[in-house]
Write a protein that binds this ligand. Structure first.
Ligand SMILES: O=C(O)c1ccc(O)c(O)c1
Ligand SMILES: [Mg+2]
Length: 617
């Protein structure tokens, strides 16, 4: 599948955009006119640069507000078109995108549209230019792909076809099935965009909130399947108008974009392979999709390993050894393994720096990560150490793949665990339930795509949590059976203004137990510092739930939080924050599958109060 991207998706100058697209590995780009207009490079220089970079210039766009106008206006429009055809010749581009008229059209008459587009076709033919007619969702008279196709059919010229843009079709809730009935060779260009499910006017939604495929709520694999059925075998391009991407690192955004196309290509191939249909577009499948079965470990980086170790011991973890070569400790309880790493930790009080997941075949997951352009974690092993493949997530979290066999090996690199542990050998903590990672606001969408494509996690419905620092957007991603759960929280943009630098948004590892009251009591007896929960919260609990008064007293005295839904009950507590990290302990009763969302504002406010208090000491 040949890939392209519109220059409007990216930040920077035209030169920087071209460099980033080539470096990421795109085959070509769409030149968005505005980017050329403001560039000091001449059209010839742009062409030469693209040639040198091995990028094809696939499309010139947009040509606006052409058809459905008075005769006088038409002449002016043809004059404008001719200048652009000459410009396209200098750029070496032979395909122009014509958007359906949104402004100057005054005559609603398909016969007139056909006639006027034929005049454009005649002029374009003199310059060997082809026209791809795109129905904008907010077009004045032409706003569906069926309508633009009907007009193109009636124009009946070899150099006029349609442009299909997923946003204009799916934003309206239109059915893409009829795309399959259009002859593939009359589809001159394809633009893809995803978008979050929002209820707002389509123009603003399109101009500010488009996303790369896989980052929003559109079923783009089904859309692609219809396109493939048409026989289309041309370029698949990205056209994303997004306020955040336009101010993010251009190279990262380009990689993010290409990753989205590779992921979508593979998903479409998979969807079509089950139907056994034959098609012209060549679709590559990524190396095997495997669901992770659980967390292998969580890693905490700290310059103060004894304090982190102390917290773990209070929760009933056992010291399982010191790494034989590195300043790294292993602590475990049940299936839960926590690595305390004090390498490269100067100035880091404590932070969640990475985690490992268990997969049947780590080699395949590593290949998949590489194919998806993920950055490898540089790790040095000696010859007798277990190698783990790891990738850097967009938020800099290190993500590793291992198998049960790998785990048996790496665990043996930890020695001198000392005398038998004093606590129950199995430990009261059973496993890592979930990991919560703070996302800088610029990389939230990139992270969603990274975790869903590289780790094969599924995004669940998101929530928004009010906090004293701002509204925190929260997105859970998990495997099909929820063996691996991640919660991504976007840090509010204004955070730096409210909180001093050394109190950045904390991240946490949540640990699962079947007896949280016992864990909390024992931890308290061992001197654990809990996150304090205000009395108002317990009054509200009593009002919302028919809750046993003795249980309520216990919850209150131990600073436990509580939630209940049709599936079951959820009890949890938080430790005091250490640096940028804290721990949570959770008990899921019956089939409760959530994360205590109603309690999240209480946690954020309490953490804010407690951080402020410790700052003022
Ligand atoms: O928002 C616009 O004007 C616009 C322009 C060109 C496109 O291809 C498009 O999909 C939208
Ligand atoms: Mg478009």
């Amino acid at each position: 599948m040949r890939t392209s991207i519109a220059t409007v998706c990216l930040s920077g100058t035209l030169e920087e955009k071209l460099l980033a697209c080539a470096k990421a590995g795109f085959d070509g780009v769409e030149i968005f006119e505005q980017d050329l207009l403001v560039s000091p490079m001449s059209p010839e220089e742009v062409k030469a640069m693209a040639d040198r970079l091995g990028l094809s210039l696939d499309l010139f766009q947009p040509f606006r507000d052409y058809e459905g106008v008075t005769e006088e206006q038409l002449q002016a429009n043809l004059h404008r078109a001719e200048a652009k055809f000459q410009l396209m010749q200098r750029l070496g581009i032979d395909l122009m995108l014509l958007c359906s008229n949104v402004g100057t059209a005054t005559i609603n008459d398909d016969d007139l549209f056909v006639d006027q587009i034929r005049q454009l076709s005649d002029l374009a033919a003199q310059y060997d230019v082809r026209i791809a007619y795109e129905a904008l969702a907010w077009g004045k008279f032409v706003d569906t792909y069926q309508h633009s196709w009907d007009i193109v059919k009636r124009v009946d010229r070899a150099n006029v076809g349609i442009c299909i843009d997923s946003f204009h079709i799916l934003s309206r809730g239109d059915d893409p099935a009829e795309i399959a009935t259009i002859p593939g060779e009359k589809i001159f260009f394809v633009q893809l965009a995803d978008a979050p499910v929002l209820t707002m006017d389509i123009l603003s939604w399109s101009r500010h909130y488009r996303l790369f495929p896989g980052q929003g709520g559109f079923a783009l694999d089904q859309f692609m399947a219809e396109l493939v059925r048409s026989g289309y075998d041309g370029i698949i391009s990205l056209e994303i108008f997004n306020d955040v991407f336009r101010q993010s690192n251009v190279e990262r955004t380009a990689v993010d974009g290409l990753r989205s196309l590779q992921w979508l290509e593979s998903k479409t191939a998979q969807l079509l392979s089950s139907t056994g249909e034959q098609y012209a577009l060549e679709l590559k499948m990524l190396p095997g999709i495997q669901d992770a079965t659980g967390f292998d470990f969580a890693e905490i980086r700290t310059e103060d390993p004894e304090r982190v170790a102390g917290m773990l011991a209070q929760l009933g973890f056992n010291f399982s050894g010191q790494h034989r070569r590195k300043p790294v400790q292993l602590w475990s309880s049940g299936e839960a393994k926590i690595i305390i790493n004090s390498q490269r930790s100067r100035g880091v009080e404590a932070a969640v720096s990475g985690f490992g997941v268990l997969v049947p075949d780590p080699g395949t997951s590593a290949q998949r990560g590489e194919a998806l352009l993920a950055t490898k974690v540089p790790r040095q092993q000696t010859h007798n150490e277990q190698e783990l493949s790891g990738f850097l997530a967009p938020d800099s979290t290190e993500v590793f793949f291992s198998s049960r066999a790998n785990t048996r090996n790496w665990v043996q690199e930890f020695e001198d665990a000392g005398p038998a542990p004093t606590t129950d050998a199995n430990g009261p903590i059973l496993s890592i339930d979930h990991i919560n990672l703070a996302q800088p606001w610029q990389c939230f969408d990139e992270s969603v795509l990274f975790y869903s494509s590289v780790l094969n996690l599924k995004a669940r419905p998101g929530t928004e949590v009010p906090s004293p620092m701002g509204l925190v957007r929260s997105q859970v991603l998990s495997t099909q059976d929820a063996g691996v759960r991640l919660a991504l929280n976007i840090v509010p943009q204004g955070l730096e203004n409210v909180i001093e630098r050394n109190h950045e948004y904390p991240e946490h590892v949540a640990l699962r137990t079947n007896d949280i009251i016992e864990v909390a009591r024992t931890a308290r007896a061992r001197g654990m510092e809990f996150l304090q929960v205000p009395a108002n919260y317990y009054e509200d609990l009593a009002a919302r739930f028919d809750i046993d008064s003795q249980l309520l007293e216990t919850l209150k005295s131990l600073h436990l939080l509580y939630d209940r839904d049709e599936a079951g009950e959820f009890l949890h507590f938080y430790t005091k924050t250490l640096g940028n990290m804290f721990l949570e302990v959770v008990e899921r009763r019956s089939s409760y599958d959530g994360y205590g969302a109603p309690n999240a504002p209480v946690r954020l406010a309490s953490q804010f109060e407690s951080n402020r208090w410790s700052r003022n000491m």
